[in-house]
Write a protein that binds this ligand. Sequence first.
Ligand SMILES: [Zn+2]
Length: 155
Amino acid sequence: MKFIADRNLGKLTKWLRVLGYDTVFYRENIDRDFLRTGEKEKRIVLTRRRDMARRNFSGRMVIIYHDRVYDQIQELREKASLDLNARNLFTICLECNQPLQPISKENTADKVPPYVYQTQDTFLTCPECGKIYWPGTHKENILRQLKDRNLFHRP
Ligand SMILES: [Zn+2]
């Protein structure tokens, strides 16, 4: 499942990437090209524009009604069967939407804070921007936030 989101959905875009979903953030005005990209790349089109429902569009579109991002995630779970899986967290760069790749701990020594280097063992990097991620602590935070809002259930 891949998405393309309109520019009113910046926060949701970040969250979808955190959750491991390839999500294009469309910064331009919504036009034919926005829909065409969705169609061509088989992305679910996410928009806040209710009038988009009337457009002639053969792909899949979800109109987001809620204002708050956690409600939007819930909305997507209901409308697009968004699946929140802990394993998929932090697999995509939040900035570039590129799949993250493993990087050896030694290669991160001068790029992450010393405390992080001492306490974390797993590091990932973005092939495009070079940003380093250490899912350990981030994952816990994200899972807590999702659980606090009843968005994530684990047996
Ligand atoms: Zn990146």
